[in-house]
Design a protein around this ligand. Sequence first.
Ligand SMILES: [Ca+2]
Length: 441
Amino acid sequence: MKITTLESFDKTPPTAPTGLKAVAAITTASLSWTASTDDVGVAGYHIYKDGVLAGSSTTTSYVVSGLEGNTTYAFTVKAFDDANNLSAPSNAATASTGDPANVQTIKPGIIADYTTWYVGINGADKPASGTVATLTRLASGGLDMKFNLQTENYPGFQVDPATPANWRSYNKMNIVITNPNAKEIQVQPIVKDGAWEWVELGPYIKIPAKTTVLAAVPLEGLANKEVNRMIFRVQSGSSGFAGSLQLHTIDFDLAADAYAAAIAEMNRPNKASYYPWNHVDSAFTGNVSSGLDGETIFVNYSSSISDTIAAGVATETKPGLGVGDDWTPYSSVSCTLTNTGTKAIHVSLVLRSGGGWVWQETGGQTDTDLTTERVLGPGESVDVTYAFHSPIWKSAATAWVNNAKVSGLSDIRGIAFKVYPGTGEQVSAGKLSITNFQLNF
Ligand SMILES: [Ca+2]
């Protein structure tokens, strides 16, 4: 057989990427840039951290992981074409990672100016007697409210400045607020102006379940910018429930990306209990029990699991909301799998996406082993990473061959870990523990 290799005629490198931006969190930095052009075609980009290759991307964005906290990094990107011609570097973008010991570097703004915050009910005067809702200070200087919307309507974070606050130089108010509940919360900012007229500032701010937002509140409707009372009135997006809400900051005229890294980190599901893990998937009939114990997800599997009977544990990301989590900011799931059973087992991460709850699973493949299933021997514990953009996923759409990325990342409705034996193997009853569960940028 004769093999001929053709020398490429493409000697022209792509143009340098431009407009590189970097936003750092604690251990990661999200990069984006403007595409290069090439006489034949851009094949991809190499990403450099302080001049050292950190990874490659076929798109115009990349997340660099494994960074140190409290450190400033300089990033550059170079484009390459199919002939591996490398462009000049992009502009350098620097980004400083946050302090791992203090994720919430968000400043309280004018919350800190007042010591007399109280729970008001429907904007009324300071209650003479106690309310069901209670206000306490966060360590960061912000405010935490615990409430029960089934027994008390429209609780609010309220304060009456001793002398009217002067907001004349401001165009918008910004608040950073966390909804840690499994249901949407809505917050209406209201002021009583210099004439004690009630002025609602903009529409209700809708804060999705388990989410922190930086909201911008327009002040155009406030003609009289002397403020005698601030009210942040709280209601549920659906039926009333007991829960809490954290108001981290009230400030003015902040940039749209203020606190972007801190908020991204706060929104990252970085522990198992971010999800309830109490959804029973009917595909798993080989369970003795499963669920969440502290931060450990567990599956007590029976000896009856086989080629056709799997065990497993599952959760819905947003139960009852009719939507799933948006995982597009993240690159992977990582966790530690421990098999305390006396026989080997296989473990597959299953994601279910979109309104059809499309079933996609790894079939035991992980990022460090793209060709075979990672079998967990008796007593074995292993750290695994399942990258969403690696070709380790299979589904009905791939005829159950592992060759695809995850589809539908913007609407992940269910997560499950499936336990099963190798073909024809028998298994004794045992336990799979899943620890250190987190999503990674
Ligand atoms: Ca070229």
